[in-house]
Design a binder for this molecule. Sequence first.
Ligand code: DHB
Ligand code: FE
Length: 279
Amino acid sequence: MARIIGGITTSHVPAIGGAIHKRLQDDPYWKPFFDGYPPVRQWLAQARPDVLVLIYNDHGLNFFLDKMPTFAVGAAPEYHNADEGWGIPTLPPFPGDQDLSWHMIESLVADEFDIVTCQEMLVDHAFTLPMALLWPDQRWPVRVVPVVINTVQAPLPSASRCFRFGQAIGRAIQSWEADQRVLVMGTGGLSHQLDGTRAGHINKEFDLKFMASMIDDPKWATQYSNEELVELTGTQGIELLMWLVARGALPDKVEKLHSNYHIPISNTASGLMLMESRG
Ligand code: DHB
Ligand code: FE
């Protein structure tokens, strides 16, 4: 049977793509951010995941306002990146795992999550840049299953619904009859707001509480409505829902192996956590 070996949660910001391209990892602005990732890469080298379930929010590359699924799961043989208009290089294609994709889709629908299935799917910066942070040579050693959650157009799924969706993803992976090591990743957040009178809003106190809750009290953030989460963390801070989905997919008990928090990267409070499954 498949085993969920652990989870990684990280922010995603388009400017990271430019910094990688210009090799700015040791630049004073970028160093505290990039320095978060080598411990995760060291763990990956010994944990050797076969497959990665990557939970993220598309920002208009694959889904636009005309057709906006709440939850979507990729089932493609390969996933391509494309120009989103940020002026950053597109990254090489990512190999899919169609066997796990269809197993997850069947399991999720049986579990009453009526997701959209995508046999073709472009992946945006929220998918590609975390991959490039984990595997800087961009020769992807894992097959992927992308999972997309709408955080772009109201109505968004609630925090508690997202956590339960994550639990259903966890059940799906664990019932996959393949001797494979599966890693779960959630990308988005933490607090940030890109537009309006509160542009630049960051809430360090909330972010740090949220990061701590991921280990000891994973349902903590589900006490809040999405309106409250936007008030607390900004209009794009709501992307922290991705972290809740990823955490829901992990076993109840996890150990925090590493974390980083740095303000700001572009307009974003950037967070990173590495959690290993226990029990
Ligand atoms: C920024 C952050 C995001 O999460 C995103 O999707 C786009 C831009 C930013 O801080 O610039
Ligand atoms: Fe984003």
